[in-house]
Design a protein around this ligand. Structure first.
Ligand SMILES: Cc1cc2nc3c(=O)[nH]c(=O)nc-3n(C[C@H](O)[C@H](O)[C@H](O)COP(=O)(O)O)c2cc1C
Length: 309
């Protein structure tokens, strides 16, 4: 029998990516991290995933682009960002001094944009891993998202894989009929890890003006409202996948995070919760540790994928 150390071990490895604990920030909800520096001890976070980056700076969609809904929010920010080069020259010097690994989230409208981004990121030592957002419209396929078609998802990830030896996390869209089909496609294309879920397409209407509450009409739903859907998808993917999984969707508390770990996720990302409680990531880390102490569990690894059915 192993002797229980005083503090449980929170460390998790996702392939070559080593995390001091399994709690990361979700892309687009934590800026470039510096925005949260005065609110959170950034060095305690497991991994920092920055805002989705494109080849060129992007202004995003016109306002209004955020609306609160029951137990969540809809956003249509439209992936506003400074662009990869400005990120590397202006944002990275602050980030690379931090303890957590820096993970860059990339997106494009063409396969070629993804591969050029991956090749550029591959040259930058301070970036520990790449997360590929495949929820974006594929212009060549009439605007259908890469991530809703197994062949398109396979194609873009195979091409990205050829450009980088960094750990490759592929972030799945939940707006599909069978999430396991897409997970299998990206795993076969060479992904090292799957993160899920991105936002669920949604809308809201102002009944007085009869206008959509966001200018883009359709946006993405996030927050506690999507947690049960996300948990179901994580569990479905965990059952068929041989690579590690990162659970995302409505995680507000340590209990929420623990549900995802038990369902089969090796780590989690915290998104919308950062807007409600900027300290959410740290509260969740402390809560997971307290749970392990209470249950007498020596390492967080011991609870991953332990759902009893
Ligand atoms: C305001 C906002 C901006 C987002 N921007 C991105 C992004 O740039 N890239 C990306 O892959 N996901 C983006 N997401 C999706 C989140 O990373 C996350 O997958 C989703 O919100 C579900 O998690 P949550 O319920 O904890 O927020 C964004 C979400 C929100 C709310």
């Amino acid at each position: 029998m192993s002797i229980m150390p005083k503090k449980p071990d929170l460390k998790i490895n996702i392939g070559a990516l080593k995390l001091q604990n399994p709690v990361m920030t979700a892309s687009g909800t934590f800026g470039y991290a510096r925005e949260f520096d005065h609110l959170v001890d950034l060095n305690r976070i497991g991994g920092i995933i920055v805002k989705g980056l494109s080849l060129m700076a992007a202004r995003g969609n016109p306002p209004p682009r955020i609306v609160e809904t029951a137990c969540g929010m809809i956003n249509a920010i439209g992936l506003e960002n400074v662009g990869i080069e400005a990120f590397i020259t202006e944002k990275l010097s602050f980030l690379q001094e931090l303890v957590p690994p820096i993970i860059v989230n990339i997106y494009g409208k063409f396969e070629d944009e993804y591969t050029r981004l991956a090749a550029r990121v591959d040259e930058v030592e301070a970036i520990s891993a790449i997360e590929v957002n495949i929820s974006c419209p594929n212009v060549k396929a009439g605007g259908m998202a890469f991530g809703v078609d197994p062949q398109a998802a396979f194609g873009v990830i195979k091409a990205v894989r050829a450009q980088t030896s960094k750990p490759l996390i592929v972030k799945l869209s939940p707006n599909v009929t069978d999430i396991t089909e897409i997970a299998t496609a990206v795993e076969e294309a060479g992904a090292d890890c799957i993160s899920l879920i991105n936002t669920i397409t949604a809308m809201a209407i102002d009944i007085d003006t009869r206008r959509p509450k966001i200018a883009n009409i359709i946006g993405g739903l996030s927050g506690p409202a999507i947690k049960p859907v996300a948990l179901r998808m994580v569990w479905q993917v965990a059952r068929i996948s041989k690579i590690p999984i990162i659970g995302i969707g409505g995680i507000m508390t340590a209990e929420d995070a623990l549900e995802f770990l038990i369902a089969g996720a090796s780590a989690v990302q915290v998104g919308t919760a950062n807007f409600v409680n900027p300290h959410a990531t740290i509260d969740i880390i402390d809560g997971i540790e307290a749970f392990l102490v209470e249950k007498g569990i020596a390492s967080v690894k011991e609870i991953v994928g332990t759902l009893e059915t």
